[in-house]
Write a protein that binds this ligand. Structure first.
Ligand SMILES: C[S@@+](CC[C@H](N)C(=O)[O-])C[C@H]1O[C@@H](n2cnc3c(N)ncnc32)[C@H](O)[C@@H]1O
Length: 294
């Protein structure tokens, strides 16, 4: 009880930018509950905000020791300060927990408040580059609550969805738009699909949760029919390679995406700047890609 209260006060102090007070309160929380990962994570965030990277790093290592599956996303923060490779920074348990928690308010918050439009942008691009095309077999990768299926409408025939978050899938199921839904990682799911059968594989605002896109692109290529299309949005950054952004998502460099597309056996059909949503009132830098089987 006392630990809970200290933690709540710490949270409030952090929100008010009273960083030293927050740090002290999280330390006091840990005196009473030394093995509680959320308090260690909160302490690490306060240490980071105070500029104490060494303390933040040690505390994040402790979170990972207490919770090796990393439901809280400590590895992401570690990667941001160079304490872990970016490739290991997005554990499945974290993504599933994040979206299980977000699921009940996903549509209203994202679409209503953050002007989310990745599915609409992808559909508009498909219509522009491939007007009138119908996609009989569709794989919706990271389908979430089913907004992509809704946006595709009559352009799509049979849609299969996959997502790491069971709660998001419950909502996708309620739409009645999916012929099948699977809980799990999209690369594993793609590996289980028949070879060269699908007409469209689509990932709206999902690849920002995958540090290394090479396995996903190769696995999608394997499932796509000779005229198949892989369509996706990403968050981008002006540098090279992939980085963990301040928003704790993966930001990919356009040059990297073009190279990975070609290496996986695709031709670049479209590459456009596209902001999937707004953050703090500003469009989030991003791009959309349509890749055709080559
Ligand atoms: C921002 S939501 C977008 C959902 C949906 N595509 C849409 O446009 O509304 C990202 C979704 O991707 C899922 N996700 C992230 N990484 C994944 C992975 N490796 N395999 C399967 N699903 C994943 C998350 O669970 C989440 O539901």
């Amino acid at each position: 009880m006392i630990a809970d209260r200290r933690y709540a006060y710490g949270d409030a102090a952090f929100a008010e930018q009273d960083l030293q007070a927050a740090f002290d309160l999280f330390e006091q929380t840990l005196e009473r509950a030394p093995n509680w990962p959320p308090a260690h994570l909160a302490l690490a965030k306060a240490a980071l905000a105070l500029g104490d990277e060494a303390r933040a790093r040690a505390t994040l290592e402790r979170v990972l020791a207490l919770d090796p599956a990393d439901h809280l996303g400590a590895a992401l923060l570690l990667a941001r300060i160079g304490g872990k490779p970016v490739a290991d920074a997005m554990p499945a348990a974290y993504v599933a927990a994040l979206f299980d928690d977000y699921a009940p308010r996903f549509d209203s918050h994202l679409v209503g408040q953050l002007a989310y439009r990745a599915p609409d942008l992808l559909v508009a691009a498909l219509d522009r580059y491939l007007p009138g095309r119908h996609y009989a077999e569709v794989l919706d990768l990271g389908c979430g609550t089913g907004l992509m299926a809704r946006a595709l409408g009559s352009r799509a025939g049979r849609i299969l969805g996959v997502d790491l978050s069971p709660r998001m899938l419950e909502q996708a199921s309620a739409t009645g738009l999916y012929a099948g839904l699977e809980a799990g990682d999209l690369v594993t799911f793609l590996g289980q699909q028949p070879v060269a059968r699908s007409d469209l594989a689509i990932a709206a605002d999902v690849f920002c949760y995958l540090p290394d896109l090479a396995p996903a692109l190769a696995a999608a290529r394997r499932c796509l029919a000779p005229s198949g299309i892989l369509a996706f949005t990403v968050q981008t950054h002006p540098g090279e390679g992939v980085v963990v952004g301040e928003d704790c998502r993966m930001h990919h460099a356009p040059g990297l995406l073009r190279r990975l597309g070609v290496e996986a056996g695709f031709t670049l059909l479209a590459e456009e700047e596209a902001a999937s949503r707004r953050d703090a009132g500003r469009p989030v830098p991003g791009a959309l890609y349509l890749l055709a089987v080559s």
